[in-house]
Write a protein that binds this ligand. Structure first.
Ligand code: PMP
Ligand code: GLN
Length: 380
């Protein structure tokens, strides 16, 4: 049989590759973004409770009412934006499915979708699998801010959507209120949908604010917001997230959602809805991760790696330009094999593999893991 691949350039993701290499070489894994500590015992108890209560059949297609109402409440409390839980919020199998579904619902052959580089890995394949063309706009270096002039030049009659991501993986930067204004100027009164990946919405540090597109009434009306409970409550393995969008967009989203997954894990949705009734379970997250970031920076102070500024997410970029001129992918592999420390090289987030001599470290780890990693880093 002759297969004509829809995604000829796609291999195995860097996260899978580096985590496998870390396991193989018994290395400390600061590569793939996931906590090496467990979620709250209360959340585990609630999930047991709902499984034992027999909520083990299909959930409603858009998600349980309890969790959709909880999401509407959290968005309203966090950003003073109102979404109708019945028609404007859908619970998804993680943010990945939310993003894929949004693109599958919107993109037709020949449509263009603007993405910013460095770019999280699931956007481009989802655009291409649906017949679209990714149009790349590079974030400025070294600040990783958006070059709005470049974006303006790249808008064409074929532009169907722009994918933004703040807090940003992999750089750890966040967009500002001014970026939101620029985005508004560009998309308002045009048929361009903003897909806003806000999975790290509750991890913004140093007293800064998360600029959700839901806070801007014009953008809210033409945006699909995607988020993930995996990040917020330390359950990346549950693969549950949500999407919020105005009714017209959500109606189209659900047409695809119902045939892609139909619905997602029922008892865990009920557990999440209960657990998140306590606001502290999401409002405290920024303090928790800010201390992890600060601890990691303190431990690695004086090493030959130069840290970049992380304002959000659980990722820390470090430049190794004072240490080596090796390609970042070679260095990441060598550090894993020889020094027993796994990281992610930044060039993999660029379609032309731009190598700025940067590695990404995930600090969502126990303090003892960070201490062991720092010991290795300080000897490099
Ligand atoms: N977007 C970004 C920016 C991410 O970092 C991640 C994952 N870690 C996702 C989407 C996917 O989230 P999920 O695991 O809920 O599918
Ligand atoms: N988002 C995680 C990261 O950036 C990885 C998730 C995955 O492995 N797909 O590391």
């Amino acid at each position: 049989m002759q297969l004509h691949s829809k995604l000829p350039n796609v291999g195995t993701t860097i996260f899978t590759t580096m985590s496998a290499l870390a396991r193989e070489h018994n290395a400390i894994n600061l590569s793939q973004g996931f906590p090496d500590f467990d979620c709250a015992p209360k959340l585990r108890e609630l999930s047991n409770y709902y499984i034992h209560q027999g909520f083990n059949q299909y959930a409603p297609m858009p998600g349980t009412v309890q969790l959709r109402e909880r999401v509407a409440e959290i968005i309203s409390q966090s950003y003073h934006a109102n979404y109708n839980a019945e028609t404007e919020i859908t619970i998804t199998a993680g943010a990945t499915q939310g993003i894929y579904t949004a693109l599958a619902a919107l993109v037709r052959n020949g449509d263009e979708v603007i993405v910013f580089e460095p770019c999280y890995d699931c956007y481009v394949p989802a655009i291409e699998a649906n017949g679209g063309t990714p149009i790349f706009s590079k974030l400025n270096f070294p600040g990783f801010s958006i070059d709005w002039e470049d974006v303006r030049k790249k808008i064409t009659p074929k532009t169907k959507a722009i994918i933004i991501n703040s807090p940003h993986n992999p750089s750890g930067t966040i967009i500002s209120a001014n970026d939101i204004k620029e985005l508004e100027k560009i998309v308002s009164e045009k048929n361009i949908v903003v897909i806003s990946d806000e999975v790290y919405e509750h991890m913004v540090f140093d007293g800064l604010q998360h600029e959700s597109v839901s806070k801007n009434s014009i953008l809210k009306n033409q945006s699909i917001i995607v988020s993930s409970f995996g990040k917020t409550v330390h359950t990346t393995g549950w693969k549950i997230g949500y999407v919020a969008a105005p009714k017209e967009l959500m109606t189209e989203f659900r047409k695809v959602h119902q045939f892609l997954v139909f619905c997602v894990n029922h008892p865990l949705q009920l557990a999440l809805a209960d657990f998140l009734s306590d606001k502290n379970n999401y409002t405290e997250l920024k303090h928790f991760y800010q201390s992890k970031r600060d601890y990691f920076l303190k431990l690695t102070q004086g090493s030959r790696l130069i840290p970049f500024k992380t304002s959000g997410t659980y990722f820390q970029l470090m430049s190794y330009k004072n240490m080596s001129d090796e390609a970042d992918t070679d260095l990441a592999i060598r550090l894993t094999k020889e020094k027993k420390l796994a990281t992610v090289p930044l060039s993999v987030f660029y379609h032309q593999k731009t190598d700025n001599k940067l590695l990404r470290f995930c600090f969502a780890k126990k303090n003892e893991t960070l201490e062991k990693a720092a010991e290795i880093i300080c000897k490099l």
